[in-house]
Design a protein around this ligand. Structure first.
Ligand SMILES: [Zn+2]
Length: 343
């Protein structure tokens, strides 16, 4: 059997009874065929560009617990791209982040410095405590474990410092937008860290989902989510980090990581980034949901590919923004095989 999203019924059917029940508790899905007719004027071009497209299989999977929902259609990856823009390279001689100490703002409580990065205060803040972690490398495609560990360590030291400065701020959020497709305005490698008096909305949503799940089923939602992914061949462990090639990705190639501690993540992150760059990803969003200060809880990291740098079409439209049902072409089963070989 080919391990592919199209074969989901067979893959689920081969699970043990307990795993199948857990799958059914968390997920529902349908598979339908979308049909179209090609007039002669377009037939040849369409078949050349898309291959067989008069019947296209659509798989829709919904996580019933979180209401995350994804539509898979491999054909969409073959769409001709008409809107293209040239990549503009940014010479590092003009880069403000290459001279961070002189040319970036600092927080009122100072900078945090590591071997591979230094913090700056964000000039146009998302929220009232918001820093940039500026990498020593200009080139944004960093993957070395040692460097990532340093970024996370500096981020956490900044969180502690910001919390000393304002004790009411207790909810951290770590993020890394790589290049413009992912919303970054500066090419030079950088991540960001925020601390607020209220958790960000998705963190609060996860907290309430986990609480409700525990009340109803008596277990931890993320443990069960991982168990289902593991049973499907989409989840595996790397040291203390549980990795899932996510079954309802928000966009292309989404991977989730569960760690007991923020500083356990660098090895898994390093491997996933190397794999990402190896399969052509150049722009990504990485977020880490962290427990509030003083609380001992798991960390959840999510990373997603934001598409070709030369593509001027945004990867997110009404389906993602308003229908909250993502349209995705990458197959989690194929990605998982590729990632496992890499790790
Ligand atoms: Zn630079």
């Amino acid at each position: 059997m080919v391990r592919s999203i199209i074969n989901l019924p067979k893959i689920v059917g081969s699970l043990s009874k307990a795993d199948r029940e857990l799958f059914d508790r968390i997920y529902r899905y349908y598979i339908e065929v979308g049909r179209l007719k090609l007039p002669n004027g377009i037939r040849e071009t369409a078949l050349r560009e898309f291959g067989e497209c008069e019947e296209q299989t659509i798989v829709r999977i919904t996580n019933k617990i979180t209401l995350e929902s994804t539509l898979f259609n491999e054909l969409r990856a073959k769409r001709p791209i008409e809107a293209k823009s040239r990549c503009v390279d940014h010479p590092s001689a003009e880069c403000r982040f290459c001279r961070a100490e002189e040319l970036t703002a600092e927080d009122v409580f100072g900078r945090i410095e590591g071997k591979h990065c230094i913090t700056a205060s964000n000039m146009a803040k998302y929220d009232y405590l918001h820093a940039i972690i500026i990498f020593r490398d200009h080139e944004p495609f960093v993957f070395e474990e040692e460097k990532i560990l340093d970024y996370l360590d500096v981020a956490w030291r900044w969180v502690e410092k910001a919390n000393e400065f304002d004790e009411s701020a207790r909810y951290p959020f770590f993020m890394w937008n790589c290049l413009w497709r992912a919303g970054a305005s500066i090419i030079h490698g950088h991540a960001q860290i925020l601390l607020s008096k209220e958790p960000y909305a998705m963190q609060e949503f996860y907290d309430s989902v986990r609480k409700a799940y525990r009340r109803e089923f008596g277990s931890e939602y993320f443990d069960d989510l991982f168990r289902v992914h593991e049973a499907l061949g989409l989840g595996f462990e790397l040291e203390d980090v549980r990795i899932m090639v996510y079954l309802t990705p928000i966009k292309e190639k989404e991977v989730l990581m569960l760690a007991k501690d923020f500083l356990d993540l660098p090895n898994a992150l390093s491997k996933i980034l190397r794999w990402y760059y190896g399969i052509g990803v150049r722009s990504f969003n990485l977020a880490v949901f962290l427990p509030s200060i003083g609380e001992n809880d798991l960390c959840l990291a999510r990373i997603v590919d934001r598409g070709n740098l030369e593509n001027r079409t945004c990867d997110i439209g009404c389906m993602e923004l308003f229908a909250r049902t993502s349209v995705v072409s990458s197959d989690p089963f194929k990605l998982s095989e590729s990632l496992k070989k890499f790790i």
